[in-house]
Ligand binder design. Structure first.
Ligand SMILES: Nc1ncnc2c1ncn2[C@@H]1O[C@H](COP(=O)(O)OP(=O)(O)OP(=O)(O)O)[C@@H](O)[C@H]1O
Ligand SMILES: [Mg+2]
Length: 333
């Protein structure tokens, strides 16, 4: 099960509010986004600190004999590799829609520079869970969130936090590409223009983001073309470039390859490997092979509860919980 809370949990209750993703980005006095706030652009005063000793379930113990359901490369780090530090701490997170509990008392740490997969059967709360990490859940009507989500030690649900700025730090890529009906260039420049970056900075960041999203070489001759003329796979990478342009630290991806063909899927998966060198990536997927290929850690949700969270290899080959084993071996879901 999820890690026990290591610190006091702030009991928070938030009525759902409608938040426009395009609301003003400027943090003003009284926003609580003063100096020293990690949600200010270009400031990162809170180092992630030493790795939390209870950031993950123990590597040892609970090993059960049995034939592995999926043969995986061993993606465990070398014994002397530094332990990745948590960038997001989720503690006793519960999401309700009226009386219905959609996410039930979930506690886990998302580690920096790692890919974390969220798996589980349809309707188990995967999308709802990742949307709480950057307060996108506030855009859905009728949801109540309790518990705690901390980004670099700061409570993201604190009243003072600007949700738009938060969503730049914790960006999101959706199941279907969400390109805007404008040029390729302007799609990537979108958030930069909201931030009122100067033209030189916009150009530099647009080109850099397209390069990181492995699109620049394909498209550089014609960035004025309408983004709507791109293939589905290119549109999805464009959405990734748009998220990267505003300097995120975490990328949330909700089934980003669900609408893509195998070749476009491969490109996005290759990209994940590059992205995790600099970002924490959280990916929801229904595809067990994909989770096994791309994820360092995997969390299994079932009926809103976190059943198991561990290194991907461990979770697939030697899970602690019977329910996990049944799911990863395809016995249900
Ligand atoms: N705003 C809402 N109001 C009421 N119920 C909701 C709301 N959002 C989600 N739900 C319900 O919560 C449950 C979990 O939904 P969610 O989209 O998180 O599941 P999921 O695991 O992502 O499923 P899938 O794999 O099919 O995408 C579903 O039963 C859904 O109908
Ligand atoms: Mg979903």
């Amino acid at each position: 099960m999820g890690k026990p809370a290591s610190s006091a949990v702030l009991p928070l209750r938030f009525a759902s509010t409608s938040v426009s993703p395009h609301q003003s980005l400027s943090g003003t006095v009284g926003d609580g986004l003063g100096d020293g706030d990690p949600l200010l652009p270009n400031s990162d005063p809170f180092s992630s600190g030493p790795p939390s000793p209870d950031g993950m379930p123990s590597e040892s113990g609970n090993d059960r004999p049995g034939s592995p359901p999926l043969a995986l490369d061993d993606n465990s780090p070398a014994p002397d590799a530094p332990v990745p530090s948590p960038i997001i701490n989720v503690s006793h997170l519960t999401v309700r829609a009226g009386k219905k509990v959609i996410v039930n008392d979930v506690s886990l740490d998302i580690l920096d520079r790692q890919v974390t997969a969220i798996i589980g059967p349809s309707g188990c709360g995967k999308t709802t869970f990742i949307r709480t990490l950057n307060r996108m859940s506030e855009v859905s009507p009728g949801l109540t969130v309790t518990g705690s989500v901390k980004y670099k030690g700061q409570e993201v649900y604190a009243r003072a936090v600007n949700p738009v700025l938060l969503r730049q730090r914790i960006g999101m890529v959706f199941q279907r590409p969400t390109v805007f009906p404008m040029s390729i260039y302007e799609n990537v420049a979108f958030g930069l223009r909201l931030n009122r970056e100067d033209e030189d900075t916009v150009e530099r960041k647009v080109l850099e983001s397209l390069r990181r999203a492995a699109l620049l070489s394909e498209l550089q001759d014609n960035l004025d073309r309408s983004a709507l003329t791109l293939s589905g796979g290119q549109q999805q990478r464009l959405c990734i470039a748009r998220a990267l342009a505003v300097s995120p630290r975490v990328l949330l991806m909700d089934e980003p390859t669900a609408s893509l063909d195998p070749s476009a899927t491969q490109k996005v998966e290759d990209l994940l490997y590059e992205l995790k060198q600099e970002y924490a990536v959280v990916i929801v997927t229904h595809n067990m092979q994909q989770a096994a290929r791309v994820a360092d850690r995997t969390a299994f949700l079932y009926q809103g509860r976190l059943i198991e969270y561990d290194r991907t290899k461990k979770l697939f080959e030697n899970p602690r919980e019977k329910l996990t084993e049944s799911y990863v071996t395809g016995r249900f879901g």
